[in-house]
Write a protein that binds this ligand. Structure first.
Ligand SMILES: Nc1ncnc2c1ncn2[C@@H]1O[C@H](COP(=O)(O)OP(=O)(O)OP(=O)(O)O)[C@@H](O)[C@H]1O
Length: 281
């Protein structure tokens, strides 16, 4: 793959939920791309369509129009090279299986042999600091540890793209900070492409190289903000960097405006342009 081929590309993706009684236009038109090995965060007002977007990208939901490509291939169902970590770790781990068995399961489905699976599970558990908890069951672990199991399971799979949907929303602040640093260190070590949805603006600035701000529903891209902070991040020094404060202020302002229903200028330009074209026809 050339460097120019994005890991993930969305071209004019739209999604409308349609039932007999209700039509909900969740995503109006999203065009964006995520480069190979990038860590991109997504923020936006509640109900904007973030989970809908991730479910479309993960091939769990069909788009109404537009195209989603992973490594240049159209996504038509759950793609082989993708792993997803959701917020509800309690529901995503099997309670009757040990930690090791949970992490190993997708590797069996991937067809890896026994020794390869063991090596991958050992290495993933070690990477998330759970080398000693392999024989425990998920319900014997704290919330933060369970979420680390979910991350280990995703990492062991060696995905080309890792999708995370508010993965730390249900853990305490201290654990959350540790998990953020874990994601950054795994991302840097493994070179995986990460798309990370969060409600937390500070978290998006701390983690991301770019932050995509979504508009209110029906969702379009409000702005793509470059996070020009040093690659080496630290919970204390990065968060007290004046540039961190500026970026957080910028994104905060965009989200507030999105909440009030403001749309990007480019959308207004397009609507006028298309109306003009329709009149001319
Ligand atoms: N299965 C569904 N059928 C109909 N409408 C749906 C369905 N799932 C989601 N929606 C609607 O689509 C819109 C976007 O929902 P979505 O869950 O994607 O937003 P979100 O940005 O992830 O929200 P939050 O930040 O609160 O988690 C909402 O108006 C929601 O009610």
């Amino acid at each position: 793959m050339t460097k120019e081929t994005p890991a993930l590309r969305l071209d004019r993706v739209a999604k409308t939920y349609q039932s007999r009684t209700r039509t909900v236009e969740a995503i109006r038109e999203l065009t964006l791309s995520v480069g190979k090995g990038e860590l991109v965060c997504v923020v936006g007002p509640s109900g904007a369509g973030k989970t809908t977007l991730l479910r479309c990208i993960a091939g769990l939901l069909e788009v109404s129009s537009g195209v989603i490509e992973l490594d240049g291939q159209p996504v038509t169902g759950p793609p082989a090279g993708m792993a997803v970590v959701f917020q509800e770790y309690g529901r995503s781990l099997f309670p009757w299986m040990t930690v090791r068995q949970n992490v190993e399961l997708p590797l069996k489905e991937k067809g890896l042999g026994k020794s390869e699976r063991k090596a991958a599970v050992d290495s993933a558990l070690d990477a998330v600091g759970l080398a000693d908890s392999g024989d425990a069951h998920p319900w014997q672990l704290s919330g933060g540890m369970q979420q680390r199991v979910a991350i280990a399971r995703a990492v062991a799979y060696e995905p080309s793209v890792l999708i995370m949907d508010e993965p730390f929303a249900a853990v305490d602040a201290q654990t959350r900070a540790d998990l953020e640093d874990l994601v950054r260190s795994l991302w840097r070590r493994l070179g995986v492409t990460v798309l990370f949805v969060t409600h937390d603006i500070d978290e998006s600035v701390y983690l991301g190289e770019r932050v995509l701000v979504l508009s209110n529903r029906p969702t379009v891209l409000m702005e793509d903000v470059l996070i020009d902070l040093p690659e080496e991040r630290n919970q204390l020094t990065t968060r007290s960097d004046p540039r961190f404060g500026e970026l957080r202020g910028r994104i905060w302002d965009l989200v507030q405006r999105a909440k009030k229903g403001q749309r990007p200028d480019s959308e207004a330009d397009r609507v006028v342009h298309e109306a003009g074209r329709a009149e001319a026809v």
